[in-house]
Ligand binder design. Structure first.
Ligand SMILES: [Fe+2]
Ligand SMILES: [Fe+2]
Length: 168
């Protein structure tokens, strides 16, 4: 069980999002070496904890942060996917608006989370927090995935070296 699954209040806040089958499709998409759903949970949960501590609108923040990367890879062509860092916020906002009723602040959180890659800065403190949490979480996930890749290569090389040594 993950740390966010143990938090009853958090789970009650985001529960309605997790019942949406279209949203759950992001669990099939790779994102920073993990699934897009795992990444979204991480961003949502840390944004929830920070905004709650700061007595901000943590409930709407938790939901919008969970929806901030609500897109599936088949919604972009291969060429577009390479530029998805610039384009996905608009698509995520379209997807989230189609299935959920969002406040202006939630729309802003989703649309502006890639600032400064998209030119419009966040308009709410909650949006700034989600945007920063997303960057920190992404850096952590990238580092972890490269670390795993690097060490799996070393492990493979060590296994091959052992096999060669055993043969001689
Ligand atoms: Fe994103
Ligand atoms: Fe993200």
């Amino acid at each position: 069980m993950n740390y966010f699954q143990k938090d009853c209040e958090y789970n009650n806040i985001v529960n309605h999002v997790l019942k949406n089958p279209k949203f759950l499709e992001i669990n099939n998409c790779r994102h920073h070496g993990i699934t897009r759903l795992e990444h979204s949970f991480r961003v949502s949960y840390f944004s929830y904890k920070i905004t709650k501590k700061l007595r901000l609108d943590y409930k709407n923040t938790a939901v919008a942060a969970l929806l901030h990367d609500f897109f599936t890879n088949d919604q972009f062509s291969k060429k577009e996917l390479r530029l998805s860092a610039f384009r996905h916020p608009k698509k995520c906002l379209e997807n989230a608006s189609e299935f959920f009723s969002l406040s202006d602040m939630q729309k802003d959180i989703i649309y502006s989370h890639m600032f400064p890659l998209i030119p419009r800065p966040p308009r709410y403190l909650e949006s700034w927090i989600v945007s920063m949490v997303d960057k920190v979480v992404a850096a952590y996930e990238f580092t972890l995935s490269y670390y795993k890749l690097y060490f799996s290569k070393i492990e493979n090389m060590a296994a091959i070296a052992m096999l060669i040594l055993v043969r001689f």
